[in-house]
Design a protein around this ligand. Structure first.
Ligand SMILES: Nc1ncnc2c1ncn2[C@@H]1O[C@H](COP(=O)(O)OP(=O)(O)O)[C@@H](O)[C@H]1O
Ligand SMILES: [Mg+2]
Length: 361
């Protein structure tokens, strides 16, 4: 398909407060500041009710912000109706016209724009080729699977050559296997067209697999913006650490630090983490430890096995450390010693895989 004239989207202090009769003021989106660069794929990620849809609907023009600005290529679009914002949108329920066939569905917007017939045909067929659905032009939505309908909805948005593409949980209605296929398909086409994309999901693995940048929201507030590697390995707070994957958080004492490393004491063992920290020697710090970053059967931190489950790919353990449950995933268990409930086991850690939380909350 043709390259997009990818646009920049900038949100400045964007806020939406709903006044409700039952819940009073609902702060759906609070003071969001975010820049989405031209051609970037950005996921808005967070639990149900955190404000993802409200944020996307404000960008699309279906919801009026309470305050703040939405700049598309530096142009404030708040006063513009959705059709004047140069956006394409793909919804969870596909929103295809049931009585129109695939060709007519995709051609719909171009016809309204009164494009020449030959051009419409060219663009629609070109789009169908992109999703390998050349043979589907005559079918109506009821004759297609959910995944096929969603590909048609995607092409229908793209043939308009918008500067920005918006998705709201587009894969939620598909089964697990098709979701995996479709996320690759959407990302492949997005990269091919080079279009700026804002993609809403509550599925962290989807966000990790697809995004250049992940925006994690909670209660309408941005918790962290970063690459998948940053939000996983360097979470800003405990919420992010737990929302993206699983995390153990233990208390440790900061022993010393240099310009680019910090040494901590954790249960009498010292580890050097190769990054700076805002904390000072003597401070108690909270350390994020991923379940897959723990070595079982080492002579470091003593623990007791509370529970264990064989998962095939890993042997999972719930240990007791600092009086809390501490999860470990020991991969490739057929090559390892397996421990049982009640066993005492020493665990080992690598400074490189530890992360000290910056904030107190
Ligand atoms: N039209 C509305 N009127 C009142 N409250 C709303 C409205 N739309 C959304 N909300 C509330 O705003 C919050 C954010 O909702 P939403 O943006 O749909 O979250 P998400 O898409 O992340 O699940 C929720 O508390 C929701 O109940
Ligand atoms: Mg939603």
């Amino acid at each position: 398909m043709e390259k997009s004239s990818a646009k920049e989207v900038r949100l400045v202090n964007l806020t939406k407060t709903f006044i409700t009769s039952t819940r009073g003021e609902v702060h759906a989106v609070q003071n969001v500041n975010l820049t989405i660069n031209p051609g970037e794929f950005v996921c808005l990620l967070g639990p149900s009710g955190c404000g993802k849809t409200t944020l996307l609907r404000m960008v699309a023009g279906f919801e009026m912000p309470s305050s703040g600005q939405i700049l598309i290529d530096k142009d404030d679009v708040i006063a513009k109706t959705p059709d004047k914002r140069d956006l394409g949108m793909v919804f969870q329920n596909y929103a295809l016209f049931p009585h129109l066939n695939v060709f007519q569905n995709i051609a719909y917007g171009l016809k309204i724009q009164k494009r020449p017939v030959a051009e419409i045909k060219q663009r629609v067929l070109d789009g169908l080729k992109t999703v390998k659905m050349d043979d589907f032009a005559e079918r109506v939505p009821a004759q297609m699977s959910g995944g096929q309908q969603q590909r048609v909805a995607l092409i229908r948005a793209l043939v308009m050559h918008p500067g920005v593409l918006l998705f709201d949980e587009p894969l939620s209605n598909l089964d697990a296997k098709l979701r995996l296929y479709m996320r690759e398909e959407i990302r492949r086409i997005q990269l091919e067209v080079g279009i700026t994309t804002i993609y809403v999901t509550h599925d962290q693995s989807e966000a990790m697999a697809m995004s250049d940048k992940v925006v994690i929201l909670k209660d309408g507030l941005i918790q962290q913006v970063g690459s998948p590697q940053e939000v996983y390995h360097l979470p800003r707070n405990e919420f992010v650490a737990n929302f993206i994957g699983k995390a153990n958080v233990l208390d440790a004492k900061l022993v010393s630090k240099t310009a680019d490393s910090a040494t901590i004491d954790l249960e009498g063992c010292q580890y050097t983490i190769p990054r700076t920290t805002p904390w000072n020697p003597g401070d108690t710090v909270r350390v994020v430890i991923r379940p897959e970053a723990v070595h079982m059967g080492k002579d470091e931190i003593k623990s007791e096995v509370l529970k264990t489950i064989y998962m095939g790919v890993s042997q999972d353990y719930w240990l007791s450390v600092q009086g809390k449950e501490f999860e470990v995933s020991d991969y490739n268990p057929s090559a390892k010693q397996v421990y049982r409930t009640g066993d005492t086991v020493g665990i080992g850690l690598d400074g490189k895989s530890l992360h000290i939380l910056d904030s107190e909350d």
